[in-house]
Design a protein around this ligand. Sequence first.
Ligand code: HEC
Ligand code: HEC
Length: 305
Amino acid sequence: MSDFTSNFWSIYVAGITIVSIVACLLLLILTGKSKGMSTSDNTTGHVWDGDLREMNNPLPRWWAWLFVITIVFSFIYLALYPGLGTYGGKLGWTSVGQHQAEVDKGNAEVAPLYAKFSAMKPEDVAKDAQAMAIGERLFMNNCAQCHGSDARGNKGFPNLTDNDWLGGGTPEIIKADITKGRIAVMPPMAAAVGTAEDVKNLAQYVLSLSGSPHDSVQAALGKEKFAVCAACHGIDGKGNQTLGSANLTDNIWLHGYGEAAIVAMINEGKTNQMPAQADKLTEAQVHVLASYVWGLSNKGGIAAQ
Ligand code: HEC
Ligand code: HEC
């Protein structure tokens, strides 16, 4: 327990624990010996509801022994297991250790299975029903909170089933995305574009790229402003997977559809990050997961059907 900066709190906590247990024992002994004030008829003298009296009998023997056993048990327990301040207990048990042992046991059980999948090509793993069942569970536990349980994503979190990729959709790239995470940065561009009017016109032009409803006069005015966007999104607006810039011609809108959403992107920019998963997953798990994700949008993958 490194949370304590000095020994004081450990001794303090352990002291309170021991004093409490000893106090219980003393209480038991004292109440066992002394008889409270009693009347001649062996009642406490309290009477309720006319004739309901409280007797003044000692605890039954077996009952008192149960208390004693509990106290003895607590001493044995505290000697073996952690419970007294920072004292770790004779058995050296920790919850982290137990968890790790269970995880290790589970990993050892599935190791041969993972070894088999690791030796297979992702395209083949995507056709293996057992691997895909594992992949789906891994996805539910590690990815669904952001990408949705159906992997269709949400605003800001890409849909992984549509074969539209910010960074590329080969199993290798998907693997790298999972292991290292992703960070996409679009800087605020308003200053480079011009006035608020210019920004609106440009947004109309961006809408026109995907054939979305737009004002063609405004779009024509905005067209030349797209030059500042072309560095990342390409002259044709189709995006650049190496930069992770979105394709603006495909009517798939990660950050919202319509003039207001595009104006917001231009004015505020966006930093979108997927945290690296390397610490949470083994290489073999990443292999199965990448195959699963690849299979979501590629024929031949079970998950896509
Ligand atoms: C904390 C949220 C979060 C979690 C958890 C997460 N992701 Fe992501 N993921 C994102 C975001 C945000 C992006 C978009 C990054 C960007 O804009 O480039 C992304 C992008 C991706 C991409 C690239 C998509 C593309 O179009 O190129 C893949 C593949 C992916 N995630 C797979 C996974 C898998 C598999 C898991 C589970 C191991 C996972 N993600 C867990 C947030 C998350
Ligand atoms: C420095 C590179 C860079 C420049 C310059 C840039 N963008 Fe982007 N843009 C990005 C990246 C990267 C993304 C993807 C963000 C993500 O993955 O979440 C993006 C996303 C977008 C989106 C969201 C697409 C969607 O699917 O929701 C819009 C709209 C957009 N850019 C418009 C523009 C416009 C208009 C300009 C010019 C004024 C511009 N961008 C300039 C890098 C850039």
